[in-house]
Ligand binder design. Structure first.
Ligand code: 9MR
Length: 382
């Protein structure tokens, strides 16, 4: 061995001996501050906000073990993608179906998650019989029964509810949904009151897409403020965040974080994903009622079937880094960030707005591997 090398090795052993004498007893070790470097994004952000994912029926019911392991390792909050929506959980006027939602709550509880329920009152994925209720007091009573039955069932186990989903148009007026057409604006306050009565401890959220748009923001602020001023319990505003590589501008998102948190409520990013595919229009939101089937099979619209090129991985990484830098800056106002799906193979964006595409919007690829965007967040987010 070279002389200087053996000197170095000698010093190293001396150092190790010193360390082991220093930190010897378990009592001493227990009082040492935690110095380990986080190895997951969830751990890195644990003091800032919850980090979560939406889980679909297949995962809840069959539970691919590798995906379950990933979910438990990487996330500390879950949202059910479809299984608590009205048509699934309350398909008949007198008939509920809690099979999958019960399993969902079991899954989330099995690793101590912050458990979200989605969504109590929404015009879409509504059981058809509801539109036959056209008397306003009958509809109000039925909404109360729907909310009370579901929220009480999971009282203390579901910690946050999307109480009303997507009630606004892009110009900030209220959407002419069945609920609005029959009950007017009051249906929102009515739904929140019923949820608060059923579980006073649950966080109650208003959730919508394109919440960064100034006109929509103004409408939401106006209506939610009126409710809060009238004593209705609203705890959070959920910004869905179905975004793309180029939009929205993060200054618009920032202005919305400020405006919503000025209402005295938490802001949550409840359905985050970043589409990398071109769309036939200037895609800004997630209105699922548009039909673009003429583009199915169009290769230009589905350019990354064989995988995402490095250059686009890089763009996605930069976009996510900018997004999370903003979230971090507003960590005192943002309480949760949930991805809409666990991995790219399980994302609604493979089927919407054009069916059968191969999209890559999340942090884990189809083989459940971390994408460069994940590694960039681990490196760049301080
Ligand atoms: O991801 C959901 C997809 O599987 C359903 O087909 C779709 C039907 O409306 O709903 C999707 O989730 C939506 C969520 O519940 C509310 N915000 C928009 C989401 C994407 O459409």
């Amino acid at each position: 061995m070279h002389k200087s090398t053996s000197l170095l090795v000698g010093l190293f052993f001396l150092f190790v001996t010193f360390l082991s004498c220093e930190g010897g007893s378990p009592e001493t070790a227990a009082t040492q501050p935690e110095t380990t470097t986080p190895t997951t994004l969830k751990a890195k952000l644990k003091d800032q906000f919850y980090l979560g994912a939406a889980v679909g029926k297949a995962q809840i019911e069959q539970g691919s073990p590798a995906t379950t392991e990933l979910i438990k390792r990487e996330f500390n909050t879950l949202t059910p993608e479809n299984d608590m929506k009205w048509e699934n959980i309350h398909p008949e006027r007198d008939g509920y179906n809690f099979v999958t939602s019960d399993r969902y709550v079991d899954l989330a509880e099995s690793s101590d998650m912050h458990v979200v329920g989605h969504a109590l009152v929404w015009h879409s994925q509504l059981a058809p019989y509801v539109t036959e209720i056209t008397d306003s007091s009958e509809l109000a009573t039925h909404i109360t029964e729907h909310i009370t039955t579901i929220v009480e069932r999971y009282k203390g186990r579901i910690h946050a509810w999307d109480v009303v989903n997507e009630a606004f148009n892009e110009d900030g007026t209220l959407r002419a949904s069945h609920f609005y057409n029959v009950m007017g604006e009051d249906y929102l306050a009515h739904a929140f009151r019923a949820a608060a009565a059923a579980d006073p401890a649950a966080k109650l959220i208003y959730n919508d897409y394109n919440m960064w748009k100034p006109a929509k923001r103004e409408g939401v602020v106006r209506v939610i403020k009126k409710m809060i001023d009238a004593g209705v319990k609203v705890d959070g505003i959920g910004m869905q965040a179905h975004w793309s590589l180029n939009g929205p501008e993060l200054t618009d998102v920032e202005n919305s974080i400020k405006a919503y948190s000025d209402l005295g409520v938490d802001v949550m990013f409840t359905e985050l994903d970043v589409t990398v595919l071109p769309n036939p229009w200037d895609l800004e939101g997630a209105d699922v009622n548009q039909d673009f089937s003429i583009y199915e099979g169009d290769e230009k619209m589905d350019a990354y079937r064989a995988g995402l090129p490095d250059s686009v991985q890089q763009q996605l990484a930069e976009r996510y880094t900018d997004i999370f830098a903003l979230f971090k800056r507003y960590q005192d106002k943002v309480s949760r960030v949930t991805f809409w799906g666990v991995h790219d193979g399980h994302s609604w964006l493979n089927g919407w707005p054009i069916a059968g595409r191969t999209n890559h919007p999340l942090l884990f690829d189809r083989e459940l591997k971390r994408k460069p965007a994940y590694d960039a967040l681990m490196m760049e987010i301080k």
